[in-house]
Design a protein around this ligand. Structure first.
Ligand code: HEC
Ligand code: HEC
Length: 209
């Protein structure tokens, strides 16, 4: 084959294809960034009047609360929860969102809002157990009959195993904690390696020793 110069291969059609490819790549990256930087979660959740009107004042969350509770000074709801921060409707905004997982007695994921739409906060002596959903009868609080367990949102919703793909999109993304994620993924805690042989959480040989 004869060796020529690039300009011999260029014609209007090829130039247009190159420009279109460029625009598609820049456009889709720009759209992704634009979508991720939305502010609708905080706008709705930190508007007490609005969230009360929608029927859920218990899910009132402000920027100050996030800063104080998470000790992260410049972070948005979607950085941890995912979802669609440009959507103005709760149902649309919550599509693909990560949130607390209530596990049923049968080992299935329950719908948070349908099962127990109340606050989950530690209280009293037995802080952890008291945080589980409870119902009141006979003048006493009892464990919620449908809820066997409550898990953090870093779990696969079917197997309930730790899901590293969730961490990659949240805590472990670049600019946040990628090296901590990498290290964590080698631990007994993340891999569940030899978990059955453990007797305690903290002592050697436990996952958090
Ligand atoms: C227009 C108001 C509105 C917007 C926008 C909105 N939410 Fe909500 N959110 C609600 C309401 C109302 C509830 C309770 C009822 C429900 O779940 O639909 C709720 C519930 C929640 C819950 C707890 C319930 C659950 O399913 O676990 C979380 C977590 C949450 N929102 C996070 C977010 C995040 C993150 C975003 C943005 C991606 C967002 N919300 C956008 C109104 C909103
Ligand atoms: C640093 C990470 C982080 C940020 C930022 C964050 N959250 Fe959360 N949020 C969590 C975690 C972790 C929980 C505990 C439950 C879980 O696993 O989802 C939680 C719980 C909640 C709950 C209670 C869920 C329930 O079912 O009871 C609501 C509502 C909520 N967040 C809304 C928001 C909103 C709105 C914002 C932004 C203003 C926000 N969060 C920002 C990590 C975060």
């Amino acid at each position: 084959m004869r060796i020529g110069t690039i300009s011999e291969f260029l014609n209007l059609k090829i130039i247009i294809i190159f420009i279109l490819q460029f625009l598609i790549i820049v456009g889709s990256l720009g759209y992704k960034t634009w979508k991720e930087r939305g502010d609708e979660c905080i706008k709705c959740h930190s508007d007490m009047e609005k969230i009360t009107k929608l029927g859920y004042p218990q899910f009132y969350v402000t920027d100050d609360m996030i800063k104080k509770e998470t000790k992260h000074l410049n972070i948005k709801c979607q950085d941890c929860h995912l979802g669609n921060p440009r959507a103005k409707e709760p149902a649309k905004a919550h599509e693909g969102m990560l949130s607390i997982i209530l596990v049923s007695e049968e080992g299935e994921k329950l719908k948070r809002i349908e099962t127990y739409p109340y606050k989950l906060i530690p209280s009293g002596e037995d802080k952890i157990r008291n945080m589980l959903p409870q119902v009141e009868y006979d003048g006493k609080l009892h464990p919620h009959p449908q809820v066997r367990n409550v898990l953090w949102h870093d779990r696969d919703p079917i197997t309930f195993n730790y899901d590293p793909t969730i961490t990659k999109k949240t805590c472990g993304r670049s600019g946040c904690h990628p090296s901590e994620m990498k290290q964590f993924h080698t631990t007994i805690m993340a891999t569940n390696l030899r978990q059955r042989t453990m007797k305690t959480w903290l002592d050697p040989y436990g996952p958090q020793n």
